[in-house]
Ligand binder design. Structure first.
Ligand code: ADP
Ligand code: MG
Length: 727
């Protein structure tokens, strides 16, 4: 018999038709190994299941089957609504009736897989199940006749795995194909990449055992132990990759320089505000890194409005006033160290450029701006208080020879034509908006490794930060500048919007502006989702114009617009040619429109709390009182409670932790596209597991930086480098 290896293509062992091929491709399954790692999404207990054919009057039945023949009608005498149909399980079919539940008829449809629990009534030959509890399933269980699920003893449970399906491939297919792989002895050819000592420390099963347990559990503890192992393993491989990246940065040559504290105070004392303690701490940490023994890799996390730009400006000042070190075979010439500051949009880059001008205008330090639509420089030769436009060639010449120490820009900064003399510091704003490769491309612009400062307003829980940003040191700006009026957040029930609209109207009359965010629409197909969102934005804008705010200028923003169109609309809003901006939740974050102080979020229950917090962050940028209205049609007490947390939480981190504990990682920003498996995400709820995996990974990489003794781990980690991202 042909031996089977995990790296073999599925198609070299199984005949796979076109439908299956397509479906498997969608799920990213090509090899036997991929298939074995398609883990069950859940397990069902089938001990109490009956076959339809054996049902008797009066028995309590649990049936797994497919629904058919659905119709709704009214009872002949009482006119009560009745939904009826039948359920079929492969042995027979039986009639089902639901009384007084007209909504059920709408929810159910022919062909749907269900689990029904209810009492068998009627008379012999005319049996039916009345008002069963009806649970929709995405797949039918593997047949109860499969011997593997027969209870082996009274204490064993018969549990069967249920796999994620997609059109063209069923849960059953997965089960049976995996079974065949086991029969062909694939488990014998599986090596465990994780050292035994680590497995022992956390009592985790070997890989082949874990695979067997996860796909064919004989008892509940099997599945738990196997899932724990797979969760650990995923986080461990990520941490190994992060530790390797970290080691590479540490090994690179870098710029080391010391900045005198007094020198810096002279700069920050000119700010029109005192720095918060959190800002001071962040600046201190960064200065220490500049004078440390390897290049900095630091993430600065702070809520919108926490003052990240001032921190960036201060560190830029420290760099731009430092001399390049001697050596590297270069003659020391003209010019100081340089800074590149990258922002995700043109508007943001311009805003940073303007802020920097106010911070640096008293100093002989030039600042450049490069975006897709042109270049600027401060100061202008003719007017030292003003910036001026200039050609890209001229700007790049001055950047190259070191005359311009600070260059701010969009991703235009990454272009090959942009070269620096001594790029010592790279600052990336809203870092999740850039790909890893874009961030790296900027860092590669110098033969030494520039100090990296990534900034983000996305509040994420600690476990997630440790995992996805495991290669970075993290500094929190967890304090808002003094004097900010806290935002007033109100939960508004659907149908009770009148006072809210009245309030917003008053605000608009006073000259303020408002955002209206349309509800999130969940659609498996991203293109369809964008189209639906576009439709809802256009419809809501039309409704507001017609029914609520006919006298105001309403603009729209959604994901189907081109970046240039979006920028144009944001600019119109910024310049107050638009009063109300109706938008989807995916629109530009970070743009500062200080005059927009109201935000209405429709369908608030569909968002995670941290995302709601992100959204309302757009209106807390001014000295005017800001208002957030979370509109919800949900009557659920739980939902209301959850939304209330929004009104009470101190900062975004608290809300992110709340989301993680109460709704799972799926709610967290960017997680769905992160490349983490469901189990990996689940693991992020477990701080102990994450910390253990991190410690083990760091120890391993420290001992064996090239992973010579662990080629399988190296392989897994490299794979993750290419698939895992938080953007
Ligand atoms: P973000 O962290 O969202 O990037 P910004 O850097 O844009 O925040 O700062 C938001 C606003 O707060 C700016 O107008 C800035 O001038 C102001 N600001 C920053 N630091 C302080 C401070 N310590 N005290 C008062 N205002 C501050
Ligand atoms: Mg910012």
């Amino acid at each position: 018999m042909l031996t089977m290896n995990p790296s073999d293509l599925l198609s070299s062992h199984f005949r796979i038709d076109v439908e299956h091929q397509k479906a498997l491709k969608r799920l990213g399954i090509a090899t036997i190994g991929d298939l074995l790692y398609h883990l069950p999404v859940r397990y069902d207990d089938i001990n109490d299941t009956q076959s339809v054919v054996g049902l008797q009057k009066g028995s309590e039945a649990i049936i797994y089957g497919q629904i058919g023949g659905l119709k709704a009608r009214k009872a002949w005498k009482s006119r009560r609504p009745i939904a009826e149909g039948w359920v079929e399980d492969g042995t027979a079919r039986i009639k089902v009736m639901w009384f007084n539940q007209p909504y059920l008829a709408k929810m159910l449809h022919d062909g749907m897989y269900v689990k029904l629990t209810g009492k068998v009534t009627g008379s012999e030959g005319k049996l039916y199940i009345a008002n069963p509890e009806t649970e929709q399933l995405d797949a039918l269980p593997i047949s109860t006749n499969d011997s593997i699920f027969k209870a082996h003893s009274d204490t064993d449970t018969a549990i069967y795995p249920v796999y994620r399906e997609t059109k063209g491939v069923t849960s059953k297919w997965f089960y049976h194909t995996i079974m065949k792989c086991f029969e062909k002895g694939v488990l014998d050819s599986i090596d465990d990449p994780i050292p035994e000592a680590i497995l022992k420390r956390y009592t985790l099963p070997q890989l082949s055992t874990a695979l067997q347990w996860v796909h064919t559990p004989q008892k509940a503890t099997h599945t738990e132990s196997a899932r724990k192992r797979f969760a650990f393993e995923e986080v461990f491989y990520i941490q190994v990759q992060k530790a390797k990246e970290r080691a590479e940065v540490s090994a690179a040559s870098f710029y080391q320089f010391n900045t005198d504290k007094k020198h810096l105070d002279a700069f920050t004392e000119r700010f029109p505000f005192p720095l918060t303690a959190a800002q001071k701490k962040a600046i201190d940490a960064i200065l220490k890194d500049f004078d440390g023994n390897h290049a900095m890799s630091r993430l600065l996390e702070g809520d919108v409005g926490s003052g990240k730009t001032a921190v960036a400006a201060t560190t830029a000042y420290a760099v731009a006033t430092s001399r390049p070190p001697e050596g590297l075979g270069k003659k020391i010439e003209f010019g100081n160290l340089q800074v590149a500051y990258m922002a995700p949009t043109e508007i943001l880059a311009k805003q940073h450029f303007e802020s920097f001008i106010t911070y640096f205008k008293h100093l002989p330090i030039s600042i450049g701006l490069i975006t897709g639509s042109g270049c600027m420089k401060f100061p202008s030769k003719t007017n030292p208080d003003k910036p001026t436009s200039l050609s890209k060639a001229q700007l790049l010449k001055w950047v190259k020879n070191g005359e311009i120490p600070i260059l701010i820009g969009t991703h235009a900064l990454i272009y090959k034509s942009v070269t620096f003399k001594h790029l010592a510091h790279v600052i990336i704003d809203e870092q999740h908006r850039f790909g890893t490769n874009q961030r790296k491309a900027l860092a590669k612009k110098d033969e030494r490794m520039p100090h990296l400062l990534s900034m983000t307003a996305t509040p994420i829980p600690r476990t997630l930060a440790l995992t996805m940003y495991g290669d970075l040191d993290i500094t929190l700006l967890d304090e808002m500048p003094k004097g900010r009026k806290p935002i007033v957040t109100q939960i508004v029930g659907k149908g009770d919007e009148a006072p809210m609209y009245e309030h917003v109207r008053e605000q608009l009359q006073e000259g303020r502006q408002a955002y209206v965010i349309c509800p999130r629409i969940e659609e498996p197909d991203p293109d369809k989702e964008t189209a639906l969102m576009q439709k809802s934005v256009i419809a809501e804008a039309a409704r507001l114009k017609k029914e609520v705010f006919p006298e105001y200028r309403i603009g729209i923003l959604h994901g189907k617009m081109k970046p240039s169109e979006k920028d144009a609309v944001m600019l119109q809003f910024l310049e107050h040619h638009i009063d109300i901006l109706v938008a989807t939740s995916v629109v530009e974050v970070g743009v500062n429109v200080p005059n927009a102080t109201n935000i209405i979020i429709e369908g608030a229950e569909r968002f995670g709390l941290s995302q709601l917090h992100q959204l309302r962050g757009r209106v807390v940028r001014s000295t005017h009182q800001a208002y957030c209205f979370a509109v919800t049609g949900s009557k659920s007490e739980k939902t209301r409670e959850r939304l209330k947390a929004l009104a009470n939480a101190k900062n975004g981190f608290e809300l992110a932790e709340y989301d993680l504990q109460f709704r799972g990682t799926g709610e967290l920003y960017g997680m769905k596209q992160s490349g983490l498996s469901d189990l990996g995400m689940e693991a992020l709820r477990n701080l102990k597991l994450v910390e253990a995996a991190r410690t083990e990974a760091q120890t391993l990489v420290q001992k064996d930086p090239d992973l010579r003794a662990h080629p399988l781990i190296a392989q897994k980690a490299t794979l993750l480098r290419d698939t895992l991202h938080m953007e």
